[in-house]
Design a protein around this ligand. Sequence first.
Ligand SMILES: Cc1ncc(COP(=O)(O)O)c(C=O)c1O
Length: 489
Amino acid sequence: MEPEASPRRTWSREEIQRLGYRVVDLIAEHLSTMPHQPVFRSFPPDLARNFLTGSAPVAGEEATSVLEQFEAQVAPFPFGNGHPRFWGWVNSPPTVIGVLAEALAAAMNPSCAGGNHAAIYVEHQVLNWFRQVLGFPPESMGLLVSGGSMANLIALAVARHVKAGVDVRAAGVQGGGPRLVLYVGEEGHSCLRKAVELLGIGSDNIRTIPADRRFRMRVPELEAAIRRDLQAGHRPLAVAASAGTVNTGAIDPLAEIAAVCRHYGLWFHVDGSYGAAAVLAESYRAELEPLGLADSVALDPHKWLYVPVEAGLTMIRDGAAMRDTFSLVPSYLRTDGSSTGVGGPTWFSEFGVQQTRGFRALKVWMALKHHGLEGYARSIEEDVTLARHLADRVEAAPDLELAAPQSLSIVCFRYAPASLGDDADRLAALNRSLLEEVQLGGQAFLSSTVLNGHFVLRACFVNPRTSREDVDFLVDLVRATGARLVREI
Ligand SMILES: Cc1ncc(COP(=O)(O)O)c(C=O)c1O
């Protein structure tokens, strides 16, 4: 008989259950005790050394021993998201059904390149739901991908294919035609630039459009930049707008940008990786409804829909163009989209980069069914309300300063006591120290950014477990820490 650790061993149902119940216990322990643990604990240096330099395991060991090591060495040092007082970056806690869906999807372990099996239909259904959420037509097509970076890359690849004016699949971007140019807001996420670089267009050919006082793209400047490029004989390709910038949650004027794109024949892309989900919430529905005018949208279920990472979504209005961008299957081999036979509906591998694809649709499908659009609408609304509460508390505090208008669920602010006046360097140094103290203190977690040249603290609300009391706690903590640091200086 094969030893327990051998990959060639067949596990009995009872053995799988025994191990599985342990895993479920660990999950339950982690998720239920996390709110009472420090938000963040540094990884112990000796353990870090061990992980960074240890050699590969030669002899296998029993699964329970591996789980014990997980319990001792991995579980106690989480990233921190999931804690009600974690406000860093855009990292939500995982919804419980999504956590369990990951295991179910792995147990089935299909490749979702295509075929006529359940996982394919689950993904098609998820895409259909998002078509409805975003107001996209039936001929649109989408894909679940790893996250916002990949969703934006896929969308801009389709834009390049459609708008380059040459066959970029054959000639690349070296065809000697006019210079391809993209327009990105000053506050656009860095992954947009990464996409432009990867697509061979080159970041020199990004026109960075300045932001207004609310950190939204200035449309007159966008239009002026397009005109300048046209006059210079360049080829304006696409505008990448943001529906919820990562810094401040600003939403670019989508309808106006759509009109400019229509007028000049540009591709209109919206990076809604963080914010597009707020179209479900009453207070942002009108502002985000023009998402339905876009040629492509990126939206991350692993951000504001609380689906465990990785889960990004790209949605392209012209599904046929998406297929033409990526398909390497000769037309005579293309499936016809029927649901009979082993071919099944159109193959996802024709619409993106990956051939073998994971069953990430299951966690999105389960989470959406479980919470419903209504449940999400309420939860997102609550996140926004809490952000507003923080902004109000900041405005009311004499030693805190709001650094940007609160938008969606992001609040940027800094500790700025009157005693420091406008001494920019000292304020920046003070807030840097304050941030580090708060993060390492383990009672709350913020991240930071730079706005108008000032270092500021940043809180993003994407956690259904966060309460008003947590927000009040944060305000008191920041003020007390700031006051102490000023005294120490
Ligand atoms: C607005 C925005 N776009 C794109 C991204 C990149 O998404 P991901 O980290 O999932 O690749 C982020 C990440 O926070 C984001 O906030």
